[in-house]
Design a protein around this ligand. Structure first.
Ligand code: M6R
Length: 605
């Protein structure tokens, strides 16, 4: 995690760095810092907590200079305090880092034996110290000797006090781009901070380093020989990264869902058919698939689990949802008849990237569903489907999740059709119904009263249970994650069928339980399980489509949403659960967009 930024040009660096860091804060907000060089004089200013604390501090101490680097931290090694904030420094170097130097202990011990002293508990501090050890006037030579010694992942921004006209950077396993401006250049963990400053970028590959002046960018390959890199035009996101009239990004993003889902569907349909441009797999290869793995972390895993049921029912193919962080260390039996679908909003999640690598190494076919076109996962997969959610800023994902669900539905129908597992008529119905989703989501969004009442009622509870079966179980997991990550209520998503095998012992008088029921087939089963918790005093609210409302007369609290064909219902039932999480956290007055200990993009394992 962590976000890094760098600037070299003709303007004062500080303001640009601070603004850039605010655009990267979703990557971590434990501490922030900048290092700015003026001639040979380096000013380093750091503060614990959000970037606004750093900004406040800079009102009292200026950091003049036109070359600088900045960092926003999600703590991995060492407490979230000022000492451990970046830049980390040595006599001639200041370094900002995103990633983990896995062999830092070993390096640190050798450096201490060589006479270096360390101030922080970070893994990063070994980098400026190693550069110092290897420096004798040429930064390029110091990098050549230092980088091969580092094990792990890094995106590094580096300044040297003897090179006041040069910014250096290096990438291995963590995202890093160079923004190419007019008489000024940038480095950044992602495109956000560059918007409005430049729309031209160079995307670095692993093993590459760069030397950047105000007017020139030179990229070096793994062997430190210069390499030609394309300067690409950056596709600007459709929706801006501002809150508009909304109190929080999360609420804005919840309300953007109809438009985001419509744009996602529009990008892969022509009104009548699903069109995946340049799809690399032939019909024979699709027919020959033996199984599908859908892989992701957190919510991305949940959306994969939701889709698993649809793939098995409609495409009639064995399908498994897996946590990326588990899959990467498994010894899966994979071959070219397996399709691995990696889901990731950011396209940079370290575990998901490693799972993709594992799938490719074993010869599986790979497709990614990402929200960032030039992301590492998009680039590494054989085929990538881009969701059109636009920038998602709130840590708790909402619109990206809904767009992933919509894209997975399209992939499911496409594969079903091309395997001959569903008829053209079914595919047409599924597509037409999917195109109605945005309107139905809008209806859910227009109907907030009962959800707000529920949020008021549960805000002081210390635990909640979300219960469902099959795809509703996946929705239950996502509902629980949404509520716990922003309200800090201990929430458990549990298969309704599993209750009596242990979890039911936690149910007592007043325990809050949510029943998630979208399927008429499974309704009697889940209802029985809910009756079992009611018998033990639980306070139960059921979420269900309108047409099932009549069958739920025995429950006093039912929240309904519009009907849609069964395989699309999970895509809809998730929306009231997102709203429940939002309004509960709001009632509790919590920092909804930036919950404690979390970061939007998890680029360390
Ligand atoms: O960028 P990704 O989709 O790969 O991120 C995966 C998870 O970290 C993410 O979905 C996380 O669980 C969300 N904060 C949940 O709201």
């Amino acid at each position: 995690m962590c976000g890094i930024i760098g600037y070299i040009g003709r303007s004062e660096a500080t303001g640009i760095l601070i603004k850039g860091l605010k655009g990267l804060e979703y990557r971590g907000y434990d501490s922030g810092g900048i290092g700015v060089l003026n001639g040979k004089e380096l000013t380093v200013v750091k503060a614990a907590g959000e970037i606004k604390n750093l900004e406040k501090k800079l009102k009292d101490c200026r950091a003049p200079g036109r070359l600088g680097i900045g960092h926003t931290r999600w703590a991995t090694h060492g407490a979230a305090n000022e000492t451990n904030a970046h830049p980390q420094v040595s006599a001639h170097f200041a370094v900002v880092h995103n990633g983990i130097i896995e062999n830092y202990r070993e390096i640190k011990e050798s450096l201490i034996m060589s006479g270096f002293t360390f101030n922080s508990d970070t893994d990063t501090e070994v980098v400026p110290k190693l550069l110092e050890l290897n420096y004798s006037g040429s930064v390029e030579d110091a990098l050549k000797k230092t980088l091969p010694l580092l094990k792990g992942s890094y995106a590094l921004g580096i300044i040297c006090t003897e090179k006041s006209d040069t910014l250096y950077c290096a990438k291995n396993g963590s995202p890093l781009i160079i923004g190419a401006g007019n008489g000024e250049n940038y480095i950044s963990s992602d495109i956000n901070p560059l918007l409005g400053r430049t729309d031209k970028a160079v995307y670095l590959d692993d093993g590459e380093t760069a030397r950047i002046s105000a007017d020139e960018i030179t990229v070096f390959g793994k062997d430190f020989e210069p390499v030609e890199k394309e300067i690409k035009s950056v596709e600007l996101p459709q929706s801006s990264a501002s809150k508009g009239n909304f109190e929080h990004f999360m609420l804005k993003e919840i309300y953007e869902q109809p438009a985001a889902v419509a744009a996602t569907l529009d990008s892969v349909t022509n009104g009548e058919n699903i069109v995946f441009r340049d799809f690399p797999f032939t019909d024979d290869e699709i027919k020959n698939l033996s199984r599908i793995y859908i892989i992701g972390c957190g919510s991305a895993y949940h959306v994969g689990l939701m889709a698993k049921y649809a793939f098995e029912k409609i495409a009639k193919i064995p399908c498994f949802a897996e946590y990326a962080g588990e899959f990467r260390y498994e010894e899966p039996v994979l071959d070219s008849r397996c399709l691995v679908v990696i889901i990731s909003q950011s396209g940079e999640t370290a575990d998901s990237l490693a799972a993709l690598k594992q799938a490719r190494e074993h010869g599986a076919k790979t497709i990614s569903i990402v929200n960032v076109a030039e992301s590492s996962i998009a680039k590494m997969s054989e085929y990538s489907l881009l969701t059109k959610a636009g920038p998602e800023i709130a840590v708790a994902t909402t619109k990206a999740f809904s767009c992933q669900a919509a894209m997975l539905n399209m992939l499911c129908v496409y594969i079903a059709l091309h395997r001959g597992a569903c008829s053209a008529v079914f595919a047409e119905i599924a597509l037409n119904m999917s195109l109605l989703l945005p309107k139905k989501i809008q209806r859910v969004l227009n109907n907030t009263e009962k959800i707000k009442e529920t949020a008021m009622r549960i805000k002081d509870t210390d635990k909640c249970f979300f219960l469902g079966r099959n795809a509703d179980y996946a929705a239950a997991l996502e509902g629980a994650l949404k509520l716990k990550e922003i309200s800090y209520i201990d929430c458990v998503g549990c298969p309704a069928s599993e209750l009596k095998h242990g979890t039911i012992s936690l149910i007592e008088k007043g325990t809050v339980c949510f029943g998630i029921i979208s399927s008429r087939r499974l309704l009697p089963k889940t209802v029985s399980n809910l009756q079992e918790v009611i018998s033990r005093g639980a306070d139960v609210t059921v979420f269900a489509p309108e047409s099932l409302g009549n069958s739920l007369g025995e429950f006093t609290k039912v929240i309904t949403y519009p009907d849609i064909i069964e395989f699309l219902t999970p895509s809809l039932e998730i929306v009231p659960l997102q709203m429940l999480a939002y309004y509960t956290a709001k009632e509790k007055g919590l920092p909804i967009d930036k919950p404690r200990n979390l970061a939007k993009s998890v680029t360390v394992e």
